[in-house]
Design a protein around this ligand. Sequence first.
Ligand code: ADP
Length: 474
Amino acid sequence: MSKPASTPSDPLREVEHAVLPVCDPATDQVVGEVPCQGPADVADAVDRAASAQPDWARRPTMERAEIVSEVGRRLREDDRALSRLITAEQGKPLGESEAEIAYAASFFEVAAAEIGAIVPEEIVMTGKRATIEYRPMGVTAAITPWNFPLAMLAKKAAAALATGCGQIVKPAEQTPLTAIRFAEIAASAGVPDGIIQILTGDPDPLGDAILRDPRVRRFSFTGSTEVGRLLMSRAARQPLPVSLELGGHAPLLVFDDADLDRAIEVTMAAKFRNAGQTCIAPNRILLQSGIHDRYVEALSRRAAALTSGRGVDGVDLGPLIDDAAVAKVETHVGDAEEHGGDIVLGGGRRSLPGLADRFPEPTIILGADPRMLCWREETFGPVCPIRRFETAEEGIRLANDSSYGLAAYVVCGSASQGARIAQSLEYGIVGVNDGLPAVAQVPFGGVKHSGFGREGGRLGLHEYLVPTTISRVD
Ligand code: ADP
């Protein structure tokens, strides 16, 4: 279906259907509004999904795959309008919104290609044989964050659609318009009514109602570790299987023999995308002594040249999503300074006439250490804490000194050293000389407090399938 799940039908529910404004974080201008839905709407949405899903699942796999791939095509076709919408409600530069659309579309293309490879398996034993079928889980639900309003939804919806599931999605309150537009595009590509539905409103009651509904068979969440813990405990009431893609605290290790230009390119791509608001952004930059000074000089030059402003104005850095995000960045920078960190670039805000005050300067902190907040918690801003190390063993120990385990980066001159270091890192995804390791073809997800479950590639589809064994005596 293409619209938020339902319309008010009785006076008691009208309170819930007050509208919620959606604002441009760069200007605070209202760019749209969405209904404030509640538990009754969740029940309606699950009803509709539960009646539509069996037919969707019965469609021949290749017919479904054709529709899934058409969703990807239409996302790419709608690129101009959709990128403006993402930038309007999220703030990121237009070019990054376009890249996000291409990334999102690739999940549909990969899911459509991979689903055909998942076929029943036959295990032959003495006197009997078993068939293992992969069946769609049924109605599924997702809660998505604001930093990649389209891509984080696409990862979940592509797998749900390709496997024959339905999905109820609650997008972040900051960025619901992209999700609503996505559902319209999916409907135009041939996704049947009820199979993808968007619910908007107060997250807590919506999430609670979703997780209580026994017809929901899987829950997928991308967001903070704190909220992930809460939702997992609520899912445990059924219990309901969950996938959690939570926070990250990526280390970026640069070794003496690294190509300096490559190291800077990897850093710029991984750190400053979305003004640092990504769960795979490097939060601890670990530099071997021999390259430390040259790297800091080169990074300072490049980071200082980054421009800030409205995403539609051709800038490098958009605003942070809200005032709390800016306050967190400033707390981390202040705390690092108190603990002896040396701020060699930035540390303040850029004041831009006519715009909201949400543009922290690109910031470099030398002498970062484990006592600092920025060493332990995600900063989610354009801040680069840097620390020096001597030996590879020390670098690896510092890199693994985190309760998170989502992404890590290594930049070095030798492929065999890169592979060896990567094997020692306790992270779900490691980029070696690669600042953008997360692509739709490969599984993405974390270890430790970064969560569990995988999205992308064939493994991502298995999250939405139940292996069912049918055993027969010969
Ligand atoms: P962030 O700190 O990046 O905003 P959150 O974990 O708070 O990350 O938000 C990610 C998603 O989780 C958003 O869609 C948000 O609305 C949702 N969310 C936050 N709190 C709750 C909650 N109590 N119940 C259900 N969903 C929630």
